[in-house]
Design a protein around this ligand. Structure first.
Ligand code: F0G
Length: 433
């Protein structure tokens, strides 16, 4: 076998089909650990490049194209896939200029089948659920995980079970989970408490947990990095910047970069920058103290996707930062929404949490940490349609405590040629030439 489960703290090993998320000896988080020495001769840039453009499953998926680095021993017949991944990497020169860097790309994970990066981890997580013979899968969610899990569970003929907070769920996400047929439970508790509840209840009822504490989720999310590097012709950027909530992506990105470097697929390691919302910043606080101490916080932010105060993957994110000489920063809700308006205004669009990548890049340039001549990849984690309330509230300048810097006001007109012409003459005059 090329892969097994291994505790990141004490190194205890378990078979790949153990239904476990943490170590039975020490409570540490588990990795899906691959035998990189054995894989070294089997993977190459040419292998993955040769699969580009294929119509054949599973390699047509932007996750399973890299199967040797994700789940090499797996029988292809077990795979539950919606051909996820294959998302665009947009050059964004106008936003690069705003952020103060020479080159900025935005990797749009909102272009996945259910509109967020979660589909990358769900294809691997639900595949493992099927391989284990599970019939019920569950998660706590700020929204996107639930939408993705509900879709993949339905696709695999399983019951999906979702624990939501009973307020501040973006409507696009809630409607997806309901429509895809998951059993949806709203609970008067925040994400952190709901995650604790789902882990306890699922354990007792034999339900498979598909939050990012599940190491198979992170294996799929590594493919965001594999695909980005492949799109860059395997030339590493200087920085990869992403939002941090439960820190699953941050952890997966660190492992992906470590493995690519160990296997010689990239020549140097990009640095990872994790961006948290000011009101949901436990990693940032720990980072400032040199990771001597970790304390959960009570989370509040308009970026509801990352309204998380006690991230389960904290130790793996710290490891990722150490591997990549990474940094952590925080941005205000104001900065998040203004950056979102700029990304949206380029015709690219994203949900609020995703805009941390741009807001954080600008702030790290201002702080002198990212150099102006750098090449930066920002990860956009979710689709613009996920949270229309936030978008419309911003452009109406109706968000509590915020002042929209880049509003695009909705005009109201009488049904007359004169009234509409007056508006259009005004808008032409206002556009930059
Ligand atoms: N961006 C979006 C759009 C998200 O939905 C999430 C997490 C994150 C960023 C943060 O990623 O947890 O890997 O650090 N959403 C989860 C959910 C928690 O339930 O949908 P992370």
């Amino acid at each position: 076998m090329l892969s097994l489960l291994k505790c990141m703290d004490c190194g205890r090993e378990y078979p790949i089909n153990a239904v476990l998320y943490t170590c039975e000896s020490c409570g540490g988080l588990l990795d899906v650990h691959h035998d990189l020495d054995a894989l070294r001769g089997r993977v190459s840039r040419e292998l993955f490049d040769g699969r580009l453009g294929t119509l054949d499953a599973p390699y047509s998926s932007g996750v399973w194209r890299y199967k040797e680095l994700i789940y090499p021993d797996l029988d292809d017949a077990a795979i539950v896939s919606r051909n996820e991944g294959n998302t665009n990497l947009y050059p964004a020169p106008a936003l690069a200029a705003w952020a103060g860097v020479r080159t900025l790309y935005l990797k749009h994970e909102g272009e996945n089948p259910t509109g967020s990066f979660k589909d990358r981890g769900m294809t691997t997580g639900v595949t493992q659920a099927r391989a284990l013979g599970m019939t019920r899968v569950a998660c706590a969610s700020t929204g996107n995980t639930s939408a993705s899990m509900a879709a993949y569970a339905a696709h695999a003929g399983m019951e999906g079970i979702v624990f939501f907070q009973d307020r501040q769920i973006a409507l696009g996400k809630l409607s997806q989970a309901i429509a895809y047929g998951a059993t949806c439970v709203q609970i008067s508790a925040d994400f952190d408490r709901n995650l604790a509840l789902v882990r306890e209840i699922a354990g007792a009822l034999g339900i498979y947990v598909l939050n990012s504490v599940n190491p198979f989720r992170l294996e799929g999310q590594k493919a965001i990095i594999f695909e980005t590097l492949q799109q860059l012709r395997w030339q590493a950027p200087d920085w990869i910047v992403c939002p941090g909530g439960n820190l699953g992506n941050s952890s997966a990105f660190g492992k992906a970069l470590y493995e690519l470097h160990q296997l010689g697929l990239i020549d140097r390691l990009p640095r990872l920058a994790i961006v948290q919302a000011e009101g949901a910043n436990p990693l940032y606080r720990a980072y400032q103290g040199g990771f001597a101490r970790f304390e959960p916080v009570h989370a509040e932010t308009i970026a509801t996707a990352i309204k998380i105060g006690n991230p389960v993957n904290y130790p793996k994110a710290v490891r990722a930062l150490r591997w990549t000489d990474g940094v952590v920063t925080q941005v205000s809700d104001q900065a998040i929404m203004d950056a979102k308006a700029l990304i949206d205004g380029q015709g690219i669009g994203c949900e609020p949490a995703s805009a941390c990548s741009l807001a954080g890049t600008r702030q790290l340039v201002e702080a002198g940490i990212i150099r102006p001549d750098a090449t930066v990849v920002g990860i956009l984690t979710g689709h613009i349609l996920k949270d229309p309330d936030a978008t419309i509230g911003y452009h109406r300048d109706a968000l509590t405590g915020l002042r929209a810097a880049f509003p695009n006001r909705l005009h109201q007109a009488e049904p007359s040629v004169e009234a509409i012409t007056a508006i259009l003459q005004g808008s032409a005059a206002r556009r930059p030439s």
